[in-house]
Ligand binder design. Structure first.
Ligand SMILES: Cc1cc2nc3c(=O)[nH]c(=O)nc-3n(C[C@H](O)[C@H](O)[C@H](O)COP(=O)(O)OP(=O)(O)OC[C@H]3O[C@@H](n4cnc5c(N)ncnc54)[C@H](O)[C@@H]3O)c2cc1C
Length: 394
């Protein structure tokens, strides 16, 4: 087992660090949580800067606008962006989910139309999968796409669609065969969000953000060439998208940054009345030591996923373990921070009394959502039990 990075990889890491010093937006607070028009512009402008380096999707093949980097180089890239709290959300769905699925299943025309627009940060994508009665049981979806001449006519509703109010395109799954068993009558579409008949309605989350939406389709007519792959094979393509979604690697290092910030905070903060600093208090030390162990473990679980991908293997329950552990670990880290900060730790970032710009309170609420998005904790546990331990389906 050799955990060292090669000299070439270390050079790449240093190049990213140097670049970030000059290219993070001026006055950037590291607020990756607020969803506003202003923040959206910051994200888009940062994506445009990345595009000048071909760094929007550095692991994509060169012909599609990437640099053909290895899985390990992509891991390093993700780690450095995460450690710097860089505003990298603009292209997440395009780069992480839509693009890779198009690379596998798209026609030449679809690849030409969409892939370089993603790597040039010209288009933003959203994901129209979940519905009011289809989340964990996604194949239960009811949105219908009916063939009519050279078009499909779409009717139905999606929910929890992140960023739909900004997105130019949507990856959509809809039912094209009402009679077939539920996994076999679904097709996968690439839909222009400006199509007449598509409307969005905001859903405000517990951070008071407008990040999610309901999306309604009322006789929305899309051309036949929006279909990705074969008709009625959409379920299998959607599972490919979800595999890309869950194997996102490198984020665990953000926890190390939080730990460092928190440790520094305890060194600087006096305990009222006894002349100590918070860092002198044994319960605080124990809490931070626990957090350090967990952050390291999270990083190693991510490395395991990356190492498998680098060897050409397809991680499966291993991705679920990493996703589940890292989400829970960051939630516990945020909770530890809020408890160490006392009641101040729960203040809103806008309060002048809030420590560390309110990042721990925001992180706590954010991670609570991440435990659901991309497949809930219970669904990850089902995958680990069935595919990892060979237990029967429930
Ligand atoms: C931050 C965030 C971003 C999201 N972004 C998007 C997006 O952009 N596009 C999109 O399409 N969707 C998105 N979603 C929706 C997300 O994919 C669904 O919320 C998720 O799949 C769960 O579905 P559900 O909400 O319908 O809950 P349900 O599936 O109804 O689950 C309710 C509860 O029952 C449990 N449960 C369900 N089935 C089982 C089972 N078989 N075994 C054990 N327990 C079970 C679940 O774990 C959960 O606790 C997002 C959600 C979040 C939180």
């Amino acid at each position: 087992m050799d955990f060292r990075f090669s000299p070439k990889e270390e050079t790449f890491r240093q190049e990213i660090r140097d670049w970030l010093k000059g290219n993070l937006p001026e006055d950037w607070t590291g607020d990756r949580f607020t969803r506003s028009d202003e923040n959206r512009n910051v994200y888009r402008d940062f994506a445009k800067r990345l595009a000048t380096k071909n760094w929007v999707a550095p692991n994509w093949p060169i012909e599609y606008g990437g640099l053909g980097l290895s899985v390990i180089e992509q891991l390093i890239f993700n780690e450095e962006m995460s450690y710097a709290n860089a505003p990298i959300g603009y292209s997440t769905i395009g780069v992480g989910w839509a693009g890779p699925t198009i690379i596998v299943y798209g026609t030449d025309q679809q690849k030409k139309q969409h892939l370089s627009a993603i790597t040039n940060a010209e288009t933003m994508w959203c994901q129209g999968f979940s519905e009011p009665n289809a989340g964990s049981d996604l194949a239960n979806l009811a949105t219908r796409a009916v063939k009519d001449g050279d078009d499909y006519v779409i009717n139905g509703q999606k929910i929890w669609t992140s960023g739909a109010h900004y997105a130019n395109w949507m990856i959509l799954i809809a039912r094209t065969d009402q009679e077939a068993p539920k996994h076999k009558g679904i097709s996968y579409f690439l839909v222009d969000m400006k199509t007449p008949g598509i409307s969005t309605r905001p859903l405000i989350d517990m951070m008071n953000n407008h990040g999610f939406n309901e999306v309604f389709f009322e006789n929305a007519r899309v051309p036949r060439d929006c279909l990705l792959g074969e008709e009625n094979r959409g379920w299998y393509m959607a599972t490919t998208t979800l595999d890309f979604e869950r194997s996102s690697i490198g984020g665990a290092v953000g926890a190390r940054k939080m730990l460092e910030e928190l440790t520094e905070y305890t060194r600087e903060t006096p305990v009222p009345g006894n002349g100590h600093r918070l860092s002198d208090e044994i319960p605080v030390k124990v809490r931070l030591a626990d957090a350090a162990i967990e952050a390291e473990l999270g990083r190693l679980l991510s490395y395991r996923v990356a190492a498998m991908q680098a060897r050409g293997l397809v991680p499966n329950y291993e991705s679920s373990i990493a996703k589940l552990f890292n989400t829970d670990m960051q939630l516990r880290m945020a909770k530890a921070g809020m408890e160490i900060m006392g009641l101040y730790g729960q203040l809103d970032p806008k309060s002048k009394w809030v420590p560390l710009k309110g990042r721990f309170e925001r992180q706590y609420l954010w991670q609570t959502g991440l435990a659901v998005g991309g497949g809930t904790t219970e669904i990850q546990k089902n995958i680990i039990a069935q595919r990892g331990l060979g237990m029967p389906r429930g």
